[in-house]
Design a protein around this ligand. Sequence first.
Ligand code: 5AD
Ligand code: SF4
Length: 437
Amino acid sequence: MQKNFHIITYGCQMNVHESEKIAGMLTELGYSQCENIAAADVVVFNTCCIRENAENHAFGNIGMLKKLKSSKRDMIIAVGGCLPQQMGKADNLHEKFPYVDIIFGTHNLHKFKEYLLLKQTRRKSVIKIEDDAGIIFEDDKPFRTSYPNAWVNITYGCNNFCSYCIVPYVRGRERSRKSENILAEIRNLIKDGYKEITLLGQNVNSYGNGTNDLSFPELLEKIAAMDGKFRLRFMTSHPKDFSEELAKVIAENPKICRQVHLPVQSGSDTILKAMNRKYTSADYLKKIEILKKYVPDCAVTTDLIVGFPGETEEDFKATLELVNRVDYSSAFTFVYSRRNGTVAASMPDQIPEEVSKDRIIRLVELVNTLTREHSKKYVGKTVEVLCEGYDDKKKMYLGRDEYGRMGYFENDKDVIGEFVDIKITNANGVSLIGEKV
Ligand code: 5AD
Ligand code: SF4
């Protein structure tokens, strides 16, 4: 009989790729992916705890499954990822949702298959959280869901301990995969027809630190030298480790996309210091200058946080000023979320919600204005997009250009996985509308 699974993913690209690894284990056991949660024999929540709203979202959805589980007792519900990895949260989850069958964390994700088989032999829930054992996952066989794009982990964990961030506590210390394994994985992906490879790590720039393996720019060069037409992206870069050598490598290798995601978080030096970011706004601007010197057309995107403890109106204005100055092509904007166990959680002067709300509205307005201005410059130009899907509502194909902009276009035949030239006729906000040329 056909057995089905359904995975619900919260959070970042890292989590999306980890869900592909969980899906890989389920496929090996003979399960097939299904769209409808009610038809699933195994439901997995792959959670995120970076901000409170991601956590609440997961809690809400797990709660909603209680009714379905009571009418379908054989269905297995598993909760994994960052949320249960936090100290004490697995027990908390078990108490709150006793009908959850499997609870696992980030450090033992590769054992999910084992836990599922164990659960099938007993009534009791399987609750397994492991401490950071410095594990580097190598032999996983992800069930990739994003053709023609493929994600490849190059580092795990983070050593930076930005004072607001829970990631170092739930993903452990930074460690790099061996370059030979990364290169072999990418060679196979290209052979299998993948056209865009995105290297993943909390801080890709420090790849290879503490080893005598390749540095990050060297790794990029090796990948870019592989045969075939494909694109190479990476995320995320920490500004403190962004080097001139890296800017040169981007400039010299056309396969590396002209888009760099360089999270600044704040434009105020006082706040950057309190965040433990290890750079000033002037240092950051210098890095942008170096990047633009070698790659003048490079699109820069960023992450920004408002309402960090102690942030004054002046500090916030410094962020607005920096955003204007860098002229980001787009940005992710967040309201600071207090995370238990982080240094910032116990800082005095937490910012009232209404102040943060007002600031985020002003920041989003500015970011949207810049994005629209960038979009307008596209009109009349022809760009090459890698078609990655079809939008049923718009009845159009969609694909990104190398600067990361999404373009929509009509076409009679399926061109998913192909590079297509489109002439931009309309630019509305972030996305572009074009005609195939
Ligand atoms: N509150 C708000 N935003 C956060 N980020 C990380 N931790 C927090 C937090 N506690 C944001 C940062 C980071 C992005 C992935 O998430 O901007 O770059
Ligand atoms: Fe979090 Fe900072 Fe590490 Fe990014 S670099 S994951 S923001 S601690």
